[in-house]
Write a protein that binds this ligand. Sequence first.
Ligand code: WAQ
Ligand code: MG
Length: 259
Amino acid sequence: MAEGMKRYSLKMRASKGDLHISGAEKIVREGELEAYCARLLQRAMKHSKGKPDMVNLKVEELDEGDILFLQALPVSTVQTADAAEGMEQVRHFLDRLGLAHTSEILSIWQESYGMRGAILLDADTLERLEPDQERGVRATYMDRDTEGSRLQDTCIAKNHFNEALVLATKVVNHPNILAELCISDDPDYVTGYIASKELGYVRITCLKEMGSSNGGRVFLFRGNHQEELSGCIDYLQKKKVLVQWPGDIHLTKRSGEKG
Ligand code: WAQ
Ligand code: MG
């Protein structure tokens, strides 16, 4: 591969004392690396939560052959007037997936509020499967594949929708993940979603009260704990994924394909 064409994972984490201020990650070409480092640093230093006293920037070279390319989930939107109506909609979609313990799942979701990662929940037995239940499981090493799109400067301000669609696409593409539930912890962001391979990415316009910082995620797992769980956690935490948007022209061709 040509010099400067290698891809790198770039992760930023900013805090002030014990307070987490901001975090973000990108997968970029070598030639874009400096520009994105600067942007993520800017995002950290200008965050509305305050000025950090520690910013961690981590840069790792990736092996091109390890990257999994996925198509973004199809997106749909359900308008809801308030949190109660939003939760009714989530319940309805969980029922459509044929899950037996809808009410319990909705109440366990609240246990994820304030965690750094997500609850990994056995959808059938309702066992929590995270190795560290205080932290949860974090999905990382994913980004939108910007190759062939003009969207190059998306990372200074957080775009909730873009980042969530990337994360959800990665997460629900694992064969043992049935669905993901998500509410933002940002007090002024009330749109959440339920995602699954079957349903796609379903935005629910109001899923909590404005001003509330109660947010969290649940990944619903179905499978064998001995044989499939560690592979699933490994995928969520370590597999490199680039998500392709519909409408973007992709210059990344598989070998043999005509360009
Ligand atoms: N992996 C697992 N869980 C995570 C991760 C991650 N990488 N990042 C955040 N979480 C958990 C954690 O518990 C957070 O408190 C919670 O999710 C919410 O995170 O279509 O902004 O970053 O417009 O606040 C939804 C967009 C935005 C909906 C979600 O989540 C739309 C959002 P936040
Ligand atoms: Mg947040």
